[in-house]
Design a protein around this ligand. Structure first.
Ligand code: PLP
Length: 407
């Protein structure tokens, strides 16, 4: 008799984005002809830049010739790309061996899968609010109890609030796996070196492991803020880092990312090298490598020209964030984020709940955003607006807020 993995039954009803789509579709059915302006999902909108497009098309053309055709490649990615990524880190003073970099098809899948190489009885700590994959993958793996008003039993929530600048205090009990996302989705907050150092020291002291999601690192403009956890001394023994080409190169549909598992990483019950070996084994078993065509695109994105052009695109999205921020501030709304991240995190006016503000924004302004409570209990009373969008749409959305929002 086959039986299902009942941990799936614990998942909070409806993933956040399908619920947003459901409410938006219902609104559009009731208001035919209304133009809905979307600042909800963090999906890129601008075309892939020419230098990267050339890399992708070269990758396609190479498949058409006997001498350059390639089939399965190494599941960890081709060496030139891993080397180019290592060179990128070297610019920030971080020394990595290319074999510590695992190329993949997404930071989402990597951040969901990485917990699977650790023991089921590990205690997990997450920033609250957080990108939902961290929590859901641990729920599915059976590390939590049921969900209640204040989140899942057995999970340690580390509140990110106005009071702590949206970066958490250290956990008040011993935890084993710690998720940190910086620049943060959804709050847009970026951890400082001092803040990360505290977590790195904690992890080394308790033989815990940090999963550091830096998918938005390219949006950091402040040179003093760390783009990688490995800029912090001691991180190589306790941290795994995920990053992605999705938001930098417009690869949300193309799919390319990487995860760094240092060889010096250790756990309570393993010596240096073991976690690296386990992730290698895991990837070799479950994954046949990122697309060879796409890896050529990634390599082009890391070329001098590719970097210039993708940097300009990142700057464009950051300008969108400023436009959104300025519009909200002119309405007297308190905002956070947006300076070093493509997300603006706003405090809902008059203490309205996150979902009520969603309905209000959609009903009054025809603007779709993302309710903060969908990212965790501490997100209640906040709301995320995404800076990914065509300029014209962002300007229209901001104008509509100014003209129509009743506060
Ligand atoms: N990590 C964070 C924090 C994200 O916000 C996202 C996408 O929105 C991802 C990872 C997904 O990255 P990828 O497209 O490489 O799967």
């Amino acid at each position: 008799m086959a039986r299902i993995n009942t941990n799936y039954n614990k998942l909070a009803a409806g993933y956040l984005f399908p619920e947003i789509a459901r409410r938006t579709n219902a609104f559009m059915e009731q208001n035919p002809g209304a133009q809905v302006l979307r600042l909800g999902i963090g999906d890129t909108t601008e075309p892939i830049v020419p230098a990267v497009l050339k890399g992708l098309s070269d990758g396609v053309l190479a498949l058409g010739k006997e001498e350059s055709y390639s089939g399965y490649g190494p599941s960890e990615g081709v060496l030139p790309l891993r080397q180019a990524l290592a060179d990128l880190y070297a610019e920030r003073g971080v020394s990595l061996d290319p074999s510590e970099i695992f190329v993949s098809d997404g930071a989402k899948s990597d951040s969901a899968n990485i917990q699977g190489i650790f023991s089921q009885d590990c205690v997990v700590a997450v920033q609250d609010p957080a990108y939902p994959v961290y929590v859901d993958s641990n729920v599915i793996f059976g590390r939590t109890g049921d969900a209640g008003e204040s989140g899942y039993d057995g999970l340690v929530y580390m509140p990110c609030t106005e009071q702590n600048g949206f970066f958490p205090e250290l956990p008040d009990r011993k935890v084993d796996l710690i998720y940190i996302c910086s620049p943060n989705n959804p709050t847009g907050a970026v951890a400082t070196k001092e803040q990360l150092k505290k977590f790195v020291d904690y992890a080394n002291e308790h033989k815990a492991v940090i999963f550091f999601d830096s998918a938005y690192a390219a949006f950091i403009t402040d040179p003093d803020l760390p783009r990688s956890v490995y800029e912090i001394e001691g991180a190589d023994t306790c941290a795994i880092e995920m990053n992605s080409f999705s938001k930098t190169a417009g690869f949300t549909g193309v799919r390319l990312a990487w995860t760094i598992v240092p060889k010096s990483l250790r756990t309570e019950d393993s010596e240096a090298g073991k976690v690296h070996a386990l992730w290698t084994r895991r990837q070799n078993t479950f994954f046949n490598g990122a697309s060879n065509v796409v890896q050529m695109g990634g390599l082009a994105a890391l070329s001098e020209q590719g970097r210039e052009q993708t940097d300009a695109q990142v700057a464009f999205y950051l300008e969108n964030a400023s436009i959104i921020n300025e519009g909200l501030i002119s309405l007297g709304i308190t905002t956070y984020g947006g300076g070093n991240a493509p997300y603006v995190w706003l405090k809902t006016p008059d203490g309205v709940s996150s979902w009520d503000f969603f309905d209000k924004l959609l009903g009054e302004c025809h603007v779709v955003g993302t309710p903060g409570s969908g990212f965790g209990p501490a997100g209640e009373g906040f709301f995320r607006l995404s800076a990914f969008g065509h300029r014209e749409n962002v300007e229209k959305a901001v104008q509509s807020l100014k003209d129509n929002l009743k506060i």
